[in-house]
Design a protein around this ligand. Sequence first.
Ligand SMILES: C[S@@+](CC[C@H](N)C(=O)[O-])C[C@H]1O[C@@H](n2cnc3c(N)ncnc32)[C@H](O)[C@@H]1O
Length: 274
Amino acid sequence: MPNYVDSPEYRYFVNKAKALTNIDLENYKPWQIQRRLTFIMEQAGTADYMEYADILASDEAKLTQFVNWVTINVSEFYRDTNKFRELREIILPPLLERNRRLKIWSAGCSNGAEPYTTALILEDMTPGVNHEIIGTDLDSRILKTAREARYLERDVKNVPKHLFQRFFTQDGETYVLSDEIKKRVNLKKHDLLKDIYDSDFDLILCRNVVIYFTNEAKDNIYSRFWASLKDGGVLFVGGAESILNAKELGFKVLAPFFYAKVPDTGGLDVRKAS
Ligand SMILES: C[S@@+](CC[C@H](N)C(=O)[O-])C[C@H]1O[C@@H](n2cnc3c(N)ncnc32)[C@H](O)[C@@H]1O
């Protein structure tokens, strides 16, 4: 494969993309960007980086599509650190009082940073307890990355020092998560829009996934999460994803971005869909 990264056409594209979107493609692994760009450029009807850059400069919709596509798998450990602190300090203790062993689903888990963060927090709070943590994503390629559990410094920068020292090993420029934490997370391919949902969860994390979905699709997903949670179970959503109709969907707001299932409330029939 030619080294496209150093080609003048690609340099032109990188500079233009940064000027237009503030996204610096230098921060992304070249092979990941390449596979995404190939696909999205095909959709825009070109295979030429310079032409694609010019298309982005003149077509707002294509520019938005480009941003969404590039950032779609972005994740990191303890993403929104404060929210994970609240998860640990406010949300998990009462759940653990009710059940010693929790069943947790990270839906749209990308490279695994989110379910592994949850596993790290629980290992710290309840050492040795084998909680059931499931991580799912639509994208089987990103699940492969999640299984490898090899991260860059920017992905792990928010991991508390004592956990970082204990559970990560440096290998060149990457940091590899220990098998001890990896084996606590069961990674599977799953499409939130099409597949059947498992049930009896104490906690569901679905963060920065539904952001580009229609309101109808979001309501459908949130209603199905409601049905998949135990009574009193908690849904944890992303920092730009407040559920405005939470009450109607049968949730009580515990704290911003944390919603508890209130049994026998809410009213969308759609939640009964499998
Ligand atoms: C921006 S990442 C969010 C990762 C992580 N939850 C976080 O907040 O850091 C969004 C992930 O959602 C996944 N995704 C998008 N549509 C999906 C769907 N219909 N079903 C399951 N996963 C989906 C993407 O493949 C991507 O890995």
